[in-house]
Design a protein around this ligand. Structure first.
Ligand SMILES: Nc1nc2c(ncn2[C@@H]2O[C@H](COP(=O)(O)OP(=O)(O)O)[C@@H](O)[C@H]2O)c(=O)[nH]1
Ligand SMILES: [Mg+2]
Length: 181
């Protein structure tokens, strides 16, 4: 028969408590990187053609015992991203691995996150579009502020679904650690 120690009971209790509330996640990334496609995949379990996002998409999704409220902020006006950075439980940063032309912009935007988000954050970086032959490896350097944060990376394709659930699972595990502390 299984036996829980008091500390694991407390851990289970704290996970159960925060599972019942919706966790706020924001997806950012350059326009066309695949943010809405990833969100649609998470919502519908399959790829759906997207329209350019004007303003904001918000979806509520459940993964394991956790409820996420995910904000997909249009990539065109990048200064708007920071309006969503308050009280975040996690941030998803999407990179188009086929877009070599804008890779320097991606690197700068990633670094900027470090100075704009002033607290330790759980972050998932999706390296998207790996189904395409021109997909190449991407390296991102952390800003000093980001050294503190918990960051995981996942190669993925919103077209085939490869890596999409693995990414959320990695972020979910980081959140388990965060709420156990
Ligand atoms: N081949 C491929 N195309 C993708 C992938 N993710 C997104 N796309 C396409 O890239 C374009 C932009 O995607 P979208 O999700 O609207 O990007 P957003 O502007 O970041 O929301 C669309 O034509 C998508 O079908 C992917 O993983 N593989
Ligand atoms: Mg979009």
């Amino acid at each position: 028969m299984g036996c829980l120690t008091s500390s694991s009971k407390e851990e289970d209790m704290s996970i159960a408590l925060q599972s019942s509330k919706k966790l706020k996640i924001v997806i950012v990334g350059l326009e066309g990187s695949g943010k809405t496609s990833i969100l649609q995949y998470l919502k519908n379990g399959k790829f759906t053609e997207t329209q350019p996002t004007i303003g904001l998409n918000v979806e509520s999704i459940q993964f394991k015992a956790r409820h996420y409220l995910i904000f997909d902020v249009g990539g065109k006006v990048r200064t708007l991203w920071s309006h969503y950075y308050e009280n975040l439980d996690g941030l998803v940063f999407v990179v188009d691995t086929t877009d070599q032309e804008r890779i320097e912009i991606v690197k700068n935007e990633f670094k900027k996150l470090g100075s704009e988000i002033k607290y330790k954050i759980v972050m998932l970086i999706y390296l998207n579009k790996i189904d395409l032959p021109r997909s190449s490896p991407v390296e991102l350097c952390k800003d000093i502020q980001q050294q503190e944060s918990d960051i995981v990376m996942q190669r993925c394709s919103a077209k085939t679904g490869e890596g999409i659930w693995e990414g959320i699972d990695k972020m979910n595990k980081l959140l388990d650690h965060k709420f156990q502390q």
